[in-house]
Design a protein around this ligand. Structure first.
Ligand SMILES: Cc1cc2nc3c(=O)[nH]c(=O)nc-3n(C[C@H](O)[C@H](O)[C@H](O)COP(=O)(O)OP(=O)(O)OC[C@H]3O[C@@H](n4cnc5c(N)ncnc54)[C@H](O)[C@@H]3O)c2cc1C
Length: 303
């Protein structure tokens, strides 16, 4: 079947939005990335199930995306279907101190809902871009917290098309890692358990975290956040800066002048520019510190 025929099939069987040859630069915080053959934005959970079924029946590769804030999509783009959940499944409900959210809700919105209701435990995440599903997948964290502190369980769609609830222990969270990495499970829904707190204190903490981000991070330029994971006992930004690489540029990709832990897209950078710059930094840090930097940013798409 051609990509056009698959697109028609998805349109006939779901309420999803379907776009052919969609530039991924429109869907990533880096503003980088070649075209996806088909970008599909589901309307609801049933659409996600149907898209998975169609992809499997026709042996089409399926890539799941949240809000594209931790990925670098290669210049040739992504073959097959990109299923974009960020901003798609956004429902939520509260039962006491347990909040259930659709995985596509933005993490910031989810934190604000919890804070407004007078519950504490998610303030750390208010400034982390992306969707809740992506945050669970990455075990996103900042300041005094990480997702593993609040996640109670997730509802996933497995590659067999089954709905399954995974408890916190099944998710094997560790630093920027969850068991979802390396599995094909699609996170549809997330249950967060938080504690009753003081609303004014919660809001003050969120405002403080946001302020710290604004002052330290290059939020005015496209990026995918920290380029590398934090190696034990070191700070990437400080090492890169001390190696004299702050402001170092390859093509349109630059080591941020504000925070050397970030690579920013300063002038229509390509994925190739960013990958070259990453390799250059890794090489230099290995020479200067004998430390192997491991990317935190996930690289997707055709090589
Ligand atoms: C300016 C900036 C600051 C940042 N600061 C931080 C920070 O402080 N702490 C931090 O941890 N991160 C930070 N990040 C990185 C990023 O925001 C987080 O990793 C975020 O959780 C990614 O969410 P996303 O929805 O954008 O995921 P995406 O980038 O879309 O996807 C990331 C991975 O998750 C998978 N995925 C996404 N949704 C689902 C789903 N529903 N089911 C299954 N798999 C899914 C994708 O397949 C992909 O492999 C920052 C990024 C930027 C741009």
């Amino acid at each position: 079947m051609t990509v056009q025929e698959i697109a028609s099939l998805i349109k006939e069987n779901t309420g999803a939005q379907v776009r052919l040859d969609e530039p991924m630069s429109n869907h990533t915080s880096f503003h980088i990335g070649g075209p996806a053959d088909l970008l599909v934005i589901p309307g609801n959970m049933e659409d996600v199930r149907s898209v998975l079924r169609i992809a499997q029946e026709h042996a089409i590769p399926l890539t799941v995306l949240g809000n594209g804030s931790n990925v670098l999509v290669r210049d040739k783009g992504i073959r097959g279907i990109v299923l974009k959940l960020g901003n798609a499944l956004k429902y939520w409900k509260q039962e006491g101190n347990i909040f259930t959210f659709g995985s596509g809700i933005s993490l910031a919105q989810c934190c604000r809902i919890i804070g407004e209701a007078g519950f504490t435990g998610m303030e750390f995440a208010v400034g982390i871009p992306g969707s809740l599903g992506g945050a669970v997948f990455m075990n996103a964290g900042a300041y005094d917290g990480e997702m593993k502190n609040a996640v109670m369980s997730v509802l996933v769609l497995t590659s067999d098309g089954e709905l399954k609830t995974l408890a916190k222990d099944d998710l094997q969270f560790s630093y920027r890692h969850s068991a979802l990495q390396g599995s094909d499970a699609i996170v549809l829904e997330v249950k967060l358990q938080v504690s009753a707190g003081d609303k004014t204190a919660i809001q003050a903490k969120m405002a403080d975290f946001n302020q710290r981000r604004i002052s330290k991070q290059p939020l005015e330029l496209p990026s995918a956040g920290s380029t590398f994971k934090r190696p034990e006992g070191h700070f990437v930004g400080a090492m890169v800066e001390q190696s004299g690489l702050k402001g170092f540029r390859i093509g349109g990709a630059e080591v941020s002048k504000k925070h050397a832990g970030f690579i920013v897209n300063v002038d229509r950078a390509t994925a190739a520019d960013v990958l070259q710059l990453m390799a250059y930094i890794q090489d230099r840090i290995m020479k200067d510190y004998s430390v192997q930097l491991v990317p935190e940013v996930l690289v997707l798409g055709e090589e």
